[in-house]
Design a protein around this ligand. Structure first.
Ligand SMILES: Cc1ncc(C[n+]2csc(CCOP(=O)(O)OP(=O)(O)O)c2C)c(N)n1
Length: 368
């Protein structure tokens, strides 16, 4: 009886185009117009600065908890930049840079995390889904959308995002399996930021890469340097082209790092070392891209300074608009209105109970 290796059709590659020392592999450099490079750079910087402002709003008690993205801008933006507006984008809960790129107004994030459902509303012309907190549950949604696009004979594709932790969820495996069997035009983007709250990548899976999980399902998988926006864009563009051409799904693992807290309710000092964070700070995707653009002659330190000021003003204007809107949204009972077309008896009872509590609180207030 023979005992021999089985040849598998999808090898796993690692792709890096612009490394952390600023060395560029010119043969692999994707063709991106200077204006588009600058658009990507602006989006990365806006993503980072908005994140910082959100963190400070949360610390001041002006919004509730949210999940910062610092360090993951290249992984998100390199991927969505490969999409058309008419494609579908299915985020998890850590994709604010990608959502802003796709047109979500900044104030909507502040309003949503300020506790008002209105901020989570998706514009009717948008093909994006709202953020998704149950880990991994957005994966089957994206597969369903992609499969529907194929069924309708459209060339639209769906792209979904999730973390390394989500690859241990059943939804991830069921989604990839179905997508491959039905050759659904979906791009699975795993942002392997090394941590699922306090669970390190090493305790998540014994697999050498997350990308290789694609092999089991019979689809191409690739691991890319997730802090290298050129590499992410190149891999995503290939995957999108393949999906549009009818050649099915791809799994992209972006190796990156969450530089900040898991959410604003987390203290990462309790489970990871400052040395680790320092190593990854040197790999900052924004600094690396700025060096590339400066070397290329499309960006200067003066332009960066002017852009920083412009972005701060844009964020401040959004904060002002959000706070004005939130001041008008003072009816918590509304949260019951948008769950079902017809409210269940349980929800009706809860709404009535909250209405009684609010009325009692108002009465107490009015009596000082
Ligand atoms: C089904 C489910 N289980 C647990 C949680 C609690 N939880 C929220 S985020 C998270 C970790 C997710 O890690 P990962 O998928 O790597 O994404 P990251 O937060 O790193 O972006 C967990 C366990 C949840 N939201 N949903």
């Amino acid at each position: 009886m023979p005992r021999k290796p089985i040849s598998l059709p999808h090898p796993i590659e690692y792709l890096s185009i612009l490394d952390e020392n600023g060395t560029l592999d010119g043969d692999l450099e994707p063709l991106i117009e200077p204006a588009d490079l600058l658009k990507l750079h602006r989006a990365m910087l806006l993503g980072r600065r908005f994140d910082e402002r959100m963190l400070s709003l949360q610390r001041q008690g002006r919004i509730g908890t949210f999940a910062p993205i610092a360090g993951q801008e290249a992984a998100q933006l390199g991927a969505v930049a490969a999409l058309r507006d008419s494609d579908w984008m299915v985020p998890s809960f850590r994709e604010s840079a990608a959502e802003i790129w796709r047109g979500k107004p900044l104030e909507n994030f502040i309003i949503f995390f300020g506790g008002f459902n209105e901020g989570g509303q998706i514009a009717s012309e948008s093909n994006d889904l709202p953020l998704c907190v149950p880990v991994g549950s957005q994966v089957p949604h994206a597969v369903g959308l992609a499969w529907a696009m194929k069924y309708r004979g459209s060339d639209q594709v769906a792209m979904t995002f999730f973390g390394d932790g989500a690859t241990s969820e059943g939804d991830f495996h069921e989604g990839l399996n179905l997508a491959a069997v039905f050759q659904a035009p979906v791009i699975f983007v795993c942002q392997n930021n090394q941590w699922a709250i306090s669970i390190p990548r090493a305790n998540q899976t014994r697999s050498a890469t997350l990308a290789q999980k694609a092999i089991a399902y019979g689809m191409p998988g690739i691991q890319v340097d997730g802090n290298d926006i050129l590499a992410v864009y190149a891999a995503a563009s290939e995957a999108v082209a393949r999906a549009r051409a009818g050649d099915g799904p791809t799994l992209i693992e972006c190796v990156t790092y969450r530089l900040s807290v898991h959410t604003t309710a987390d203290d990462p000092k309790r489970y990871r070392s400052d040395d680790d964070v320092a190593v990854w700070k040197k790999r900052d995707p924004i600094a690396r891209f700025q060096r590339y653009l400066t070397d290329k002659g499309v960006l200067t330190p003066e332009k960066i300074e002017a852009l920083e000021a412009e972005i701060q003003a844009e964020i401040q204007a959004a904060v002002t608009r959000a706070e004005e809107q939130m001041a008008q949204m003072d009816d918590p009972l509304e949260m019951f209105d948008h769950v079902y077309a017809e409210m269940t008896p349980d929800l009706q009872a809860q709404q009535a109970e909250l209405a009684r509590e609010l009325a009692a609180a108002r009465k107490e207030d009015s009596h000082g």
